[in-house]
Design a protein around this ligand. Structure first.
Ligand SMILES: NC(=O)c1ccc[n+]([C@@H]2O[C@H](COP(=O)([O-])OP(=O)(O)OC[C@H]3O[C@@H](n4cnc5c(N)ncnc54)[C@H](OP(=O)(O)O)[C@@H]3O)[C@@H](O)[C@H]2O)c1
Length: 324
């Protein structure tokens, strides 16, 4: 596989209709905000109750009526380890149906640019770190989210197949762990960072003397603010035109302990943090190689502490209206 970044994407026409699938989610809402800020004047979205993307007939009807020129596919069934591990059928079939329906209907309308969003869990469990795009399909997946990962890998191949068979310049992006306003903070569904925010915020407000987290705190993880993610997505749509998926991250990682300490600080928690080392740690490191994205001319702008501060503020302001 080639290492060369393929430039030459024609910047999107800001007055053309763009459909953001999943526009109320963490990623979709950030993309919507970014598009508005960049002067897009015809942004279209539907909630899942208005348009169930698993309903193939309804999706085709929507595309025939709406005729978007561009599509960002940020709708998906998303969850943490527990949900992925408990409901693998849902994560496989819901995601396959959503993405196949949207991409088939977009193809029928010859949508000019489509961005498919996957996830870093598409890469093999033991991929060399930092993980380069070329690691795709070189080893076994992490078992706890393999069903979700297989659906996402199928999405990358569908984008590549459309490019090959129809010559449409569709692309895929694979973000690292994301966080920010609009995240899922529910105890059942959340990822590590929103779960820590919730835990430290509750401890700070109840005056608890200590917080206990799972594991040793030594695994290293990468976190990207979702507004940076949205900025990267638009940059890729404007400037990247290649068949290979592009990793989206900061290029640096931190230990879970460091992230917990920073969240404790910004949440105003003054007690002790304890680590339950009888609980598993997970993979020691997960960091994306972002050289392809850097070559394409984009780097992250939002520092972790600043990003966490604004996310904790958002969480507190929206605590009564969070999703369950
Ligand atoms: N969060 C992360 O850390 C992360 C990391 C890497 C990649 N990603 C990727 O980014 C994408 C978006 O993730 P996210 O974190 O923004 O997820 P999210 O906050 O859970 O949002 C997903 C959105 O998808 C919509 N959706 C789900 N099922 C649907 C259906 N059957 N019909 C119509 N809409 C449906 C939901 O719409 P309603 O709100 O209207 O129900 C929801 O707003 C996913 O592809 C995910 O793999 C996320």
């Amino acid at each position: 596989m080639s290492d060369a970044v393929e430039f030459g994407g024609v910047p999107l026409d800001r007055s053309a209709r763009i459909y953001v699938a999943g526009h109320r989610g963490l990623v979709g809402s950030a993309i919507w905000r970014k598009l508005e800020a960049e002067g897009f004047t015809d942004i279209v979205g539907r909630t899942s109750s208005e348009l169930d993307l698993k309903d193939r007939g309804a999706v085709f009807e929507f595309f025939r009526e709406t005729k978007p020129r561009y599509v960002v596919l940020a709708a998906a069934k998303v969850g943490g380890i527990l949900a992925n591990n408990t409901y693998p059928v849902d994560f496989l079939t819901d995601n396959l149906q959503i993405q196949v329906n949207v991409m088939d209907a977009a193809l029928e309308q010859r949508v000019e640019r489509l961005l498919f969003l996957g996830s870093s869990c598409i890469y093999p469990k033991f991929a060399p770190q930092p993980i380069h795009e070329d690691s795709l399909m070189t080893g076994h997946l992490e078992e706890t989210n393999d069903a979700y990962a297989v659906a996402k890998i199928a999405g990358i191949y569908q984008v590549q197949a459309v490019r090959r068979q129809y010559g449409l310049p569709w692309i895929s992006a694979m973000p690292t762990n994301l966080y920010g306003p609009g995240d899922n903070f529910s105890p059942q569904g959340s990822h590590v960072l929103p779960a820590l925010i919730r835990r430290y915020d509750e401890a700070a407000s109840s005056g608890a003397p200590s917080v206990t987290n799972w594991g040793t705190g030594s695994p290293r993880r990468e976190f990207l603010h979702v507004d940076d993610m949205a900025s990267a997505c638009l940059h890729l749509l404007d400037h990247y035109d290649g068949p290979e998926q592009v990793n989206v991250g900061t290029g640096t990682d931190v230990t879970i302990k460091e992230i917990a300490e920073t969240i404790a600080k910004v949440a105003g928690f003054e007690g002790e943090t304890e680590w339950d080392t009888s609980k598993p740690d997970g993979t020691p490191q997960k960091l994306l190689d972002v050289s392809r994205l850097t070559e394409a001319g984009w780097t992250a702008q939002i520092g972790l502490e600043d990003g966490l501060r604004s996310t904790v503020k958002w969480y507190r302001e929206h605590i009564d209206a969070l999703r369950v």
